[in-house]
Design a protein around this ligand. Structure first.
Ligand code: F6R
Length: 614
């Protein structure tokens, strides 16, 4: 995950920026850079691929003096080279930008700017931003105004910091959606900007985190806050404690909530370097298998447990749909004891956020012994799953402290979506155009997750209070949402201790319908997809028996509200993203119900983060 750090004040920025970037290094990076503007208005950039030590050496050799900003980059568009490292400049060399996010429409913006005579020196999407800003400055806008107007042209979620050689005492920072945080830190005669609180805390405890849609115009004396539509707002300055646990929670009451809220950013980390746009493809460089080997596969077996097993059910369906390969999602604890049929044409994919789940590891060994090629999908590099498999795809979700999996659930589905696209493309089941559609869809996920988190504000608390006395819950879904219904039930029971069952909606008629009454609310996942009408039928069956229905529906579906008791909205989205977006309301519903009950949300009773015994 990229890091941003900026400094304005009486000290030289470069050493402070370097130290700030060091404190952000835990987010992972593959190149780094610093830009500094001196009193005479000279803007200079130093950047270097590889570790921060390379940048430090460069700055020792070629020191810089003045105010400035820096960045640690994790490659998305363009290899991790010096040229692609941030900061990026416009053509005049006067506007400098660091950026966290993916400019989803950068190809069209770059084409337009190129046609207007702009020249680009990197392969990044970010470079269009300083060029857009420069164009607006040339039209007479102030720096703040130019940054704000340029931001309006960008699709996707972004965190941006920008300076201009002509005004070394001004730094403009903004946030669109949830591509990562931006906080302003207040000093005395000096000011800081950083993507993450831990980078600021050794310097100041007085901070103002930007909400999505806000921007800060920072000078050494203070800062002015605006919305991205240009309205001035009060600076929400707050004092944070130096308590490392509280700081690590980033202002959230629980790790689980923090981890739910950072899903746009963790999805972005997962996508970094894995999407190519020209020509479009899912780039899974970690896979050692040749196209020929991928074409020779006869099936894919996904192995996992618990929440992760529900993610694999989504992965198996995606694999079947996109790669036209028979695929199954197996309960690893059952698979390992049932003498399954395995051969050399089987790809066994062990999915485990911890990489240490005993049953999943054993099932992978069993498949390997039977001749299968093995692939691990895990969040922990160096875990047993990673070490034991032929290849690994990391989830890149960042550390997950809450025992209940949330962001690793979404990222594991996302990795399997990329895998299915890659397999489908390599095997000829997806045309170039179809693969391009999936690459575009995947790139939209971080921004859409941000939207999903913004919807239903205040509703979760109301629903938690209204339904907390329920005897039990049923969760119903179809297609790609059947596994999300199961996950919704699991999340609710593991942290609220209220009994819940999740199932394929049609299954309800075969027994569970006997449970329907006023004390058994039904959560129906009824997004606008191919099975929408079928789900409406299931909802009618519940209502006809006097049941209570909470729908999880597509925002804009005005007709659904009249048919159910309550609604939680999900933004309209490409079909393959539906399970990842529908995960958000089921997570937040469980979270707020458990908080309402006063439960220990981060460490629910009887549960552990990794289950290393069978
Ligand atoms: C529930 C949860 C568990 C895990 C399961 C597998 O929130 O986290 O159900 O999904 O124990 O864990 P991993 O993914 O580490 O193999």
């Amino acid at each position: 995950m990229c890091g941003i750090f900026g400094y304005l004040g009486y000290q030289d920025a470069a050493p402070l920026v370097l130290a700030g970037l060091e404190r952000l290094a835990y987010r992972g990076y593959d190149s780094a850079g610093v830009a500094v503007i001196d009193r005479a208005g000279h803007l200079e950039v130093r950047k270097s691929a590889g570790k921060l030590a390379n940048l430090t050496t460069l700055l020792e050799r070629e020191p810089l003096s003045g105010s400035g900003l820096g960045h640690t980059r994790w490659a998305t568009h363009g290899a991790p080279t010096d040229a692609n490292a941030h900061p990026h400049l416009d053509g005049t060399g006067e506007v400098v930008v660091v950026h966290n996010g993916i400019v989803e429409n950068y190809i069209e913006l770059k084409a337009r700017l190129t046609a207007e005579g702009h020249e680009f020196s990197s392969a990044t999407d970010t470079e269009v931003i300083p060029h857009l800003i420069q164009e607006l400055l040339a039209q007479g806008h102030t720096l703040a105004e130019a940054v704000r107007l340029a931001a309006a042209e960008l699709r996707g979620a972004h965190a941006i910091a920008c300076m201009h050689a002509g005004s070394p005492d001004t730094l403009v920072a903004l946030r669109i959606g949830n591509a990562g945080g931006v906080s302003v830190g207040f000093g005395s005669g000096e000011m800081f900007v950083a993507s993450d609180l831990p980078a600021l805390l050794p310097l100041t405890t007085s901070v103002a985190p930007l909400a999505p849609g806000e921007m800060a115009v920072v000078t050494p004396e203070g800062c002015e806050m605006l919305t991205l539509d240009g309205r001035r707002i009060d600076t929400a300055r707050q004092t944070v404690t130096m308590n490392p646990v509280a700081a690590a929670k980033g202002g959230h009451r629980h790790f689980m909530l923090k981890e739910i809220m950072e899903q746009p950013e963790s999805a972005m980390s997962c996508l970094r370097g894995r999407l190519a746009f020209t020509p479009p493809s899912a780039v899974l460089g970690e896979l050692p298998f040749t196209s020929e080997e991928l074409r020779s596969l006869s099936r894919v077996v996904f192995l996992g447990m618990g929440t992760t097993q529900y993610a694999t059910r989504v992965g198996a369906r995606m694999t079947e749909l996109l790669a036209r390969l028979p695929a199954s999602a197996e309960d690893a604890s059952e698979y390992r004891y049932r003498e399954p049929v395995v051969d050399e044409a089987t790809l066994a994919v062990g999915v485990s956020q911890s990489g240490e789940t005993a049953d999943t590891l054993e099932a992978m060994h069993l498949a390997a012994d039977g001749g299968a090629r093995t692939l691990a999908i895990t969040n922990v590099a160096g875990s047993q799953a990673d070490r034991g498999a032929d290849a690994t795809l990391l989830m890149h979700a960042g550390p997950e402290i809450g025992v209940a999996s949330t962001k690793t659930f979404v990222n594991s589905m996302l990795v399997m979506y990329l895998l299915a696209t890659h397999l489908g493309h390599a095997r000829g089941a997806l045309t170039d155009d179809a693969a391009a559609g999936h690459v575009d869809a995947a790139a939209r996920l971080p921004a859409l997750l941000g939207e999903a988190l913004e919807l239903n504000r205040g509703v979760y608390e109301r629903l938690a209070a209204a339904y907390v006395k329920a005897r039990r819950f049923l969760f119903l879904g179809r297609g790609l949402l059947d596994p999300i219904a199961r996950e919704g039930a699991l999340k609710l029971k593991e942290i609220s201790y209220i009994h819940a069952e999740g199932m394929a909606a049609a299954e309800m008629k075969h027994g569970p319908i006997a449970l329907i009454d006023r004390e058994t609310p039904v959560v129906a996942l009824v997004l606008r997809d191919a099975l929408y009408e079928k789900m409406l039928g299931n909802i009618s069956e519940v209502k006809a028996r006097g049941g209570v229905v909470i729908a999880i529906a597509t925002a804009g579906d005005d007709s659904i509200a009249a048919q159910v008791d309550d609604v939680l909205w999900v933004p309209p989205c490409p079909p393959m993203l539906a399970p990842m977006l529908a995960a958000v309301p089921v997570q937040l519903f469980a979270y707020h119900t458990a908080v309402h009950l006063g439960n220990d949300v981060d460490q629910p009773r009887n549960l552990a983060k990794s289950v290393t015994v069978e």
